[in-house]
Design a protein around this ligand. Sequence first.
Ligand code: UP5
Ligand code: MG
Length: 195
Amino acid sequence: FTRDQVKVIFVLGGPGVGKGTQCANLVRDFNYVHLSAGDLLRAEQAREGSEFGELISTYIREGKIVPQEITIALLKNAMTDEVKKGRSKFLIDGFPRKMDQAVKFEEDVAVSEFTLYFDCTEDVMLMRLLKRGETSGRADDNIESIKKRFKTFVETSMPVIEYYQGKNKVISVPCEKSKEEVYEIVKEQISDRMT
Ligand code: UP5
Ligand code: MG
């Protein structure tokens, strides 16, 4: 597919802020495909015969950013499959979380329309992740990994959000309230841009 054939919205925010939850709401109400970079990486890690399985699982447990070539290839493949099915609008969740990924993706794949940024205190995110960790089975939903994910978010991913803020391409939504209340704000802020 070419860059003009697709429409891309980035969905960013700290670990456990509610990106996946709100993307599911948006997919229900608008004609978008939700692609979570983390979900794609976990699927690749679990795929029999993957040459990157071990590397991905180490990076995820350490809360570090997997080398961009791997993540961008997974996203591109997933987008190609969807375009073949006639889908063209994408919510890209949890990506780009490092400057080099942002630059490379926009060069090679597509330029984002805007970034939806979910903002929340670490205390709230921590509570949500620990609660989810009781049942999620995710290798990074434990206190040691969570602390590393927070550190990576502040040091490596916030600069990406600031970069897009500098271009006036960020819509921020506070996320402390309930899932329903947060979604009301999301809809109010972006419905008119989801066409
Ligand atoms: N919940 C959600 N909203 C709530 C609300 N308003 N009130 C109360 N509870 C709420 O939500 C988390 C939990 O909170 C759930 O239990 C939910 O019910 C509840 P969720 O919607 O899952 O939050 P989300 O932001 O999606 O959290 P997630 O843990 O997925 O975020 P991360 O960004 O940490 O994880 P991701 O899967 O994107 O990445 C994992 C790892 O993959 C990274 O740490 C990194 O190692 C690697 N990665 C890369 O290397 N490169 C990439 O490009 C992407 C990922
Ligand atoms: Mg998620």
